[in-house]
Design a protein around this ligand. Structure first.
Ligand code: DON
Length: 308
């Protein structure tokens, strides 16, 4: 039988040979300057063994993958109170779309589109304050990794997000007119931009994803990170909404709950079996990693991890 390490080495070779690698995000220089040739993949399995290939140790900007962790923190803070301010339905729209808000009273469809993640950020700022929310986020994530100290928020990325984030400012201001942003737009967005600027390697991202593999526990310490019910909720939302208007095709091709980011990372989880992170900075037209998705599709073909 082929080992997992051999399987991902084979997948990495296939990905290296691909000539269509998509386009890197170009709205800020730290993302635009990333080498399109990068590819890394990491798996942490239910026994705690980690398997890595390629650039799995290189730090990258996880961007919207972080929305999973903001949501986790907010569910721990306010639990079901969240769901009166953000819904649990697929949007079928682009990640930064504003159109549904007008007809839906400023309540975003789900916590993974930008509008929804901004409401989650607002809830966290109300609960913890701006600085407090950033520390809580790092305190949530770091104990899940074997080398926590290298997981950080890149302040330069956050400030460039702020300088160029006109669409996010529009979303936040628009939702504020409906009363669905309670803090100042600047403060709420400051948290959102800092969360997007979380930086870590694929291996660290796969380690962090293990709490969703275990029904909410940190498998290394046995500590509870989130309730089992809320872990299931996060996974269900990842399946339905984690890739925006590409979520349906991701569910069919890969068959795993997954969350993407414009830095080219994807976190995907097979409950009870594995937490997988992949990074390839070139994006498809929906802003999801082109080869990251293909690599996950190949992994699932090899392993049978498709949850369906
Ligand atoms: O707020 C934004 O638009 C970016 N900082 C993050 C968007 C993102 O990662 C979308 N995912 N694919």
């Amino acid at each position: 039988m082929t080992s997992l390490t051999d399987t991902i080495a084979e997948i990495a070779d296939e990905m290296r040979a691909e000539t269509d690698r998509g386009q890197v995000a170009n709205y800020i220089p730290p993302l635009a300057s990333v080498d399109l040739g990068r590819f890394g993949m990491a798996i942490v399995d239910a026994e705690g063994a980690s398997h890595t290939v390629g650039d799995a140790e290189e730090a990258f900007s996880i961007q919207s993958v972080s929305k999973v962790f903001g949501l986790t923190l907010a569910l721990n803070a306010v639990d079901a109170g969240l769901w009166s301010r953000v819904r649990q339905e697929p949007s079928g729209s682009a990640f930064n779309s504003i159109v549904q808000l007008e007809n839906e009273n400023g309540i975003p469809r789900n916590p993974f589109i930008n509008a929804g993640a901004i409401v989650v950020s607002d809830i966290l700022v109300s609960h913890y304050g701006l600085e407090g929310a950033q520390s809580e986020l790092l305190n949530l994530l770091r104990p899940l990794s074997v080398d926590p100290d290298t997981i950080f928020i890149d302040r330069d990325v956050a400030s460039q997000e702020e300088e160029t984030g006109f669409r996010n400012k529009a979303l936040a201001n628009y939702m504020r007119t409906f009363g669905n942003i309670h803090n100042s737009v600047d403060e709420t967005l400051a948290f959102y931009f800092h969360q997007c600027a979380l930086t870590m390697s694929c291996r660290q991202l796969a380690e962090i994803g293990t709490y969703l593999m275990t029904g909410g526990l940190n498998p290394r310490t046995g500590e509870r990170v989130i309730s089992t019910r809320n872990a299931q909720t996060v996974l269900a939302l990842m399946m339905m909404c984690g890739h925006y208007d590409g979520s349906g095709s991701f569910a069919i091709r890969v068959g795993l709950p997954g969350k993407s980011g414009v830095g080219g990372g994807i976190l995907a989880v097979t409950p009870g079996v594995a937490s997988v992170a992949v990074w390839s900075p070139g994006l498809n037209t929906q802003g999801n990693s082109l080869l990251g998705t293909r690599a996950l599709e190949r992994l699932v073909q090899h392993t049978g991890w498709n949850v369906f």
